[in-house]
Design a protein around this ligand. Sequence first.
Ligand SMILES: Nc1ncnc2c1ncn2[C@@H]1O[C@H](COP(=O)(O)OP(=O)(O)OP(=O)(O)O)[C@@H](O)[C@H]1O
Length: 267
Amino acid sequence: MSAEPMQAEHKTSHDAALVARRVGVAYGARPILQSVDLALAEGRWTSIVGPNGAGKSTLLKVLAGLLAPASGQVLLLGRELRAWGRRERALALAWLGQNEATADDLRVYDVAMLGRLPHQRWMQPASAADHAAVEQALRATQAWDWRDRPLAQLSGGERQRVLLARVLAVQARVLLMDEPLANLDPPHQADWLALVRNEVARGCTVVSVLHEVGMALAADELVVMRAGQVVHHGGCADERTHRAVEQVFDRRVAVHSLAGQWVALPC
Ligand SMILES: Nc1ncnc2c1ncn2[C@@H]1O[C@H](COP(=O)(O)OP(=O)(O)OP(=O)(O)O)[C@@H](O)[C@H]1O
């Protein structure tokens, strides 16, 4: 893992890739997000953590433009989300959701090629660049060997790696992932971390919702949520961030430094 627990707190001078301004979401009369203000730095990896039902997935969907907030606004790369055309937004921002429904009879290669749709003109065949991007993405997630198999024949973790390849194939500037580690075994979780680091090194912005707090602390920044609000946003190496994590989980976890990484142990 490439986190550096003792690194200095990040500077706040990064441009924001995503901004939420007083974002509110309600399901019926029930408020789910309450006046959330957030600026997620460009070229950084931010993880969102918090207890079940805190509103993490809802916030990520709002940032992705998949859910319209009842109040407030979201800016993607400096421009309000609503002002983006569908295609240009799909080129700039790629999304991996939880339990994504994908046609199971599609071949792995074709699933990854779905990530190239925003690049393709209506009814035009895939270009050499599309094929190259798909191959690169499938190789990056070690799914290339299954390229001719239907998705239905893969295990949960194998399937997740194909869906991850689809997101990588977009080659978007901003990647949003909700529980991307679902079903991945420890080596492939480590590979995912390396992949994210690689994307961030290329200038991508990554935002992930993660339940595994230790994994989340490998990010650059952590957003800590509780009851529909952001209660803390800070560097993963910052002690205040660790205390905020412990607090939202009612001190049932404690953050420690171990072998150059942050770990969250149950207590
Ligand atoms: N479609 C919906 N209709 C009504 N309520 C919903 C809907 N989707 C989510 N909620 C409620 O909104 C709240 C926040 O849900 P959300 O999925 O954003 O939480 P989360 O922090 O991602 O939770 P988890 O850690 O359990 O995945 C929850 O109380 C949930 O029951």
